[in-house]
Design a protein around this ligand. Sequence first.
Ligand code: PLP
Length: 299
Amino acid sequence: MSTTSTDTPAPVLVLVPGATGAPADGGARFHVADATVPQLSVTDLVATRGDGVFETVGVFDGRPMNLGPHLERLARSASQVELPEPDQATIAEAFQAAVDAHDPVEEMSVRIMLTRGIEGVGTPTCWIHARVSDDWSSYRAGMRVAALDRGLSTTIAETSPWLLPGAKTLSYAVNMAAVREAARRGAVDVLFVASDGYVLEGPTSTLLVRRGEEFLTTPVSAGVLPGTCVNTLFAWLHESEGRTVSEELMTVEDVVGSDGAWLLSSTRLAAPIARLDDAELPVDHDLTAQFEKVLKGRA
Ligand code: PLP
């Protein structure tokens, strides 16, 4: 068993040279590689330009959640930035190889990275990195969130598609800067607000709002990433619980006046917003625990 000095199981790296077609050197489509040594070229366009797309998939007790939808979103993001189409079957096999090579853990975070590759070569670089998930328990208990102006309107999908609304690209510096601004304001996460006043999403998460027996999220047409978690919860809420689910443009006041709000993402799962700027929101711990079960595939 491979462990680090802190007894955390070691991360696993799988390189996928066959991610968008047969490897030029006739070698294997994917193989496990040493995760402790440098593997990425300094001239890879993801290093020099942040030019690539990615997915983060939660794996719970060895079972990946929503791998198919994540691979489909990877393909859509790749198409938006005009990268070659990823071979979803090869990536799925490589993904399973990474999970199999990792020590068994309750919660694993697995990233699939697809970059534009080494400058001048024209072949994407792809790898899969599996590691133990961060400890999200304090976030799942309720978070302080800052509402931050995103500086873009909800019409960008129509007016400025080159801003890549809805693509999961590797240009996340702005998203991470927003989280640092939240920390300066005493919060741990962000709810982005569009320039026309509507709430969007978090830097790495989708907004879910409860209004009575109705559950709402931001319309994908407003330029947010189509989330896999919100789809899973909407299906469960609608089909198993008989609740109404819909997309709706909402303001900060709508969220503050709601019966509960969460930021959803594949490894942190459902994190309730306990406070938005200066306003307290109700937190339903039982429902949040139910959401966690559903998002782990255990409902
Ligand atoms: N929105 C953004 C900008 C994200 O980066 C993410 C996930 O990382 C999400 C929403 C949530 O997506 P998912 O539920 O598929 O994890």
